[in-house]
Design a protein around this ligand. Sequence first.
Ligand code: AOF
Ligand code: ZN
Length: 361
Amino acid sequence: MYSKSTNEDERFMRRCLALARCGAGRTAPNPMVGAVVVHEGRIIGEGYHRAFGGPHAEVHAIAAVRDRDLLRRSTLYVTLEPCSHHGKTPPCADLIRRSGIPRVVVACVDPFPKVAGRGIGLLREAGVEVVVGVLEAEARHMNRFFLTAQTEQRPYVILKWAESADGFIDAQRLHADRPPVRLSDERSTRAVHSLRAEVASILVGARTARLDDPSLTVRHWSGPSPVRLLLDRHGQVPPTAHLFDGRVPTLLFTSPSNPTTPPNVTRIDVDPAQPVLQQLLQALHERQIQSLLVEGGAELHSHFIREGLWDEAHVETAPILLRDGVRAADLHSEGDAVRWSDRTDNKKHLLTVFFHRRQVL
Ligand code: AOF
Ligand code: ZN
């Protein structure tokens, strides 16, 4: 049974999306999910998935309804298809069926293999009217890390770099003796740190680790620091680097021929004869790491772009002339972005976001 959504459906789904976001940072590797129960245009129960392993959004929303008789005349709104499997919790589709709720509005189907349409199927078989696709784009964007892990079997990859007004990055490649030029300002640094707080892992290459000695922690924003990743096939980064300070877990991707292992790392040997980035993404996927922020350098970015292994790029353009370095335009053209949007945050910095062709949006 397919029926149409209404403006009212969108209004209540928007509330579900806001509720879902309350779980941000605590649900991974599970999705963020929000739900409301509506009776005659009024919300009578709401809830969200609060933390990994805990009750699902639908359970909280239905439990919050005081007058249980109203359930038989209510609509349940939920940002993700209700589950049909026995996981850490029993199936929500069963709970909904038993509660007598006659109508369910869902934002997007759950591609998780144990669910994948079965939740909706169970409800329809039980005679529940199910509407799918209300504010679907918003719901998919919110859970793009979770969804990419399910459909692509790899983490969602975000590339991030800053370039000069004349289109260069990494001037140190040519002038290793010069001190690094700071392209970011206070405001864009905060934006980067807020992005760091959202992702599960951050990667840099050996060159960047050596020249910039980054900590890759979240300092100018609140939130947990992601797992740090270093790709250093030949062991070029000194053991005194910040990445090895033990303050946040670090995974080192290197080759078996590298004789040294720096302190405070989990070492993962990659086969140099096989595609390295694919091995790296596979290792992250196995650890249920669903998002990766690549912070450079230029060579690492262009590898991800050339292999089509990215989903989103955050490019900051600074009002500085570098005059030489690696041409950022090379990354742009390799990126072959199909959709882009930009916004001027202030007169100085232009933050540009590209989306990859295989976007999950
Ligand atoms: C959630 N929260 O609100 C919904 C989810 O191991 P379990 O039992 O928690 O099941 C996890 C799966 O259930 C998850 O991957 C997703 O497919 C589905 N729906 N999960 O954690 C929720 N509705
Ligand atoms: Zn569930």
